[in-house]
Design a protein around this ligand. Structure first.
Ligand code: DQA
Length: 146
């Protein structure tokens, strides 16, 4: 099983970006924890971050050929991107949407997700654990379907 983990814009700044909201963990640290979990689950993982909507879409399209599912933190694109949602629908892979912060108890504009309706589920508010829970949930979901 091969899973793609996608990180959206500004998540490369984790560690120094608004630590009161996002904590002090870096993206490299999160990817390392995900890789350890992937090893435990005996699956392979590709992690990719971009600040560009087009690059994220290109990676989603490529995943149709080489991945079994996607864990995505679309960051701000969660609330704006019909294009990322359409790409996820197009590839028809199982998707889990994750967020470090709880998007439902922040500003009103963050409560709307364009991605949630095309995801298996959404995990939000558990810091880096959101990613680990998301990977486990996606793994279990895919295994059930195998
Ligand atoms: C985020 C929440 C989004 O609203 C925000 O734009 C982000 C990060 C999170 O992980 O909590 O960049 O996706």
């Amino acid at each position: 099983m091969h899973i793609l983990v996608l990180h959206g814009p500004n998540l490369n700044l984790l560690g120094t970006r608004e630590p009161d909201v996002y904590g002090f963990d870096t993206l490299a640290g999160i990817n390392e924890a995900l890789t350890l979990l992937a090893d435990d689950l005996s699956i392979s993982l590709t992690c990719f971050q971009s600040n560009s909507e087009g690059e994220l879409i290109d990676r989603i399209q490529a995943a149709a050929h080489d991945c079994d599912g996607i864990v995505i933190n679309p960051a701000a694109y969660t609330h704006t991107s019909v294009a990322i949602r359409d790409a996820l629908s197009a590839v028809a892979l199982p998707v889990v949407e994750v967020h470090l912060s709880n998007i439902h108890c922040r500003e009103e504009f963050r409560t709307r997700s364009f991605i949630a309706p095309v995801a298996v589920g959404q995990i939000t508010g558990f810091g880096p654990d959101s990613y680990l829970l998301g990977l486990r949930a996606l793994f279990n979901h895919i295994k059930k379907g195998l």
